[in-house]
Design a protein around this ligand. Structure first.
Ligand code: ZN
Ligand code: ZN
Length: 318
């Protein structure tokens, strides 16, 4: 699978290299602000492809002594970096469009040949979006899925460039359409960068997918020998899921039997959910709800949400 990810990113890199050079060249030659902005956007795409390649290279490294969970979070780090680079690029383009508005009188109508660049860009990026999304979803790779959505936003962002430059080529009175197109392109880049940054930040802040945790709890209750489940906690790790949970079993079982059940829970979750990559099971004797011991133990609430502690250091109750 990793080979496929490499190939899709290399393809993206080649397309972005060609498109950025072509659009920047035509934008300069045809003096179109919108086409130039579109080209600079492709140049930033090229940079993100290079970052993604580096991420794939290091994220697939197996766990080692000083990184026992593996290296998948490098991918998260790179997704966030890509998003931030895009944000800065978009802000730069917005500034540039406003500068151009101030010098509108100097502008002459655009030559229609500049329109070749956005048209070519729209067609090739739509194809790239479809191929990349397929690969990224299949591989559970947030960086590749992020790149796919990025290709789609490239498609959309080339439309204002096409329309803006197109209208500007019709008449000098419509010259303002070109920097206006550039401005719209920039806001679209801002939006796509937020889409890329958000899940990465969520992961770096240990955000839990509550629905996923509930689902895991329901599934674990189906495992033979499990009497009760609580304190299901999940964390994201490069788009994959790390799980730790407490299970309760018959108090009279031997250590070997109890351990066997906890191994079953782990194997069940690892095979049932492709995205779950690690499960830590804590074993406890099953106490009936009515017993005073269970009631007085605050670590054993039923609800997933109730297991989250509101503030301070997480307590390490049984
Ligand atoms: Zn074990
Ligand atoms: Zn417990």
């Amino acid at each position: 699978m990793t080979k496929e990810l490499y190939r899709i990113t290399l393809l993206s890199l080649a397309v972005n290299l060609f498109l950025s050079l072509f659009k920047i060249f035509l934008g300069f030659w045809g003096r179109s602000q919108a086409v130039l902005a579109d080209g600079i956007h492709s140049l930033s795409d090229l940079a993100t492809d290079l970052l993604t390649l580096l991420g794939l290279k290091y994220a697939s490294y197996p766990p080692d002594e000083d990184h026992p969970y593996g290296h998948r979070r490098i991918e998260t780090l790179i997704s966030v970096t890509i998003g931030l680079v895009l944000t800065v690029t978009a802000l730069g383009l917005i500034g540039k469009a406003f500068v151009t508005f101030k010098h509108l009188k100097v502008l002459t109508p655009l030559k229609p040949f500049v329109l070749v660049a956005p048209i070519l860009s729209i067609v090739s990026k739509e194809l790239l979006y479809r191929i990349t999304l397929k690969v990224g979803v299949k591989a559970h790779s947030p960086a590749v899925v992020a790149n796919a959505y990025h290709h789609r936003s490239d498609v959309l962002s080339s439309f204002p460039a096409l329309i803006g430059a197109g209208l500007s080529s019709i008449s000098p009175h419509l010259a303002f359409c070109d920097p206006l197109g550039s401005l719209i392109v920039s806001f679209l880049i801002l939006k796509s960068s937020w889409q890329i940054v958000r899940p990465g930040i969520e992961e770096l802040c240990d955000g839990m997918d509550i629905e996923e945790a509930r689902q895991i709890k329901r599934e674990v209750l189906k495992v033979k020998g499990v009497k009760d489940v609580h304190r299901v906690r999940t964390r994201k790790h490069g788009g994959h899921t790390l799980v730790d949970l407490h299970i309760q079993v018959e108090p009279e079982l031997t250590v070997r039997e109890g351990h066997h059940i906890s191994e079953r829970v782990k194997d069940y979750l690892l095979t049932r959910y492709e995205r779950v990559v690690d499960v830590v099971v804590h074993l406890e004797p099953y106490e009936h709800k009515s017993s005073p011991e269970a009631k007085s133990s605050p670590g054993h609430q039923e609800d997933v949400r109730a297991d989250e502690r509101p503030s301070g250091r997480p307590e390490n109750r049984s």
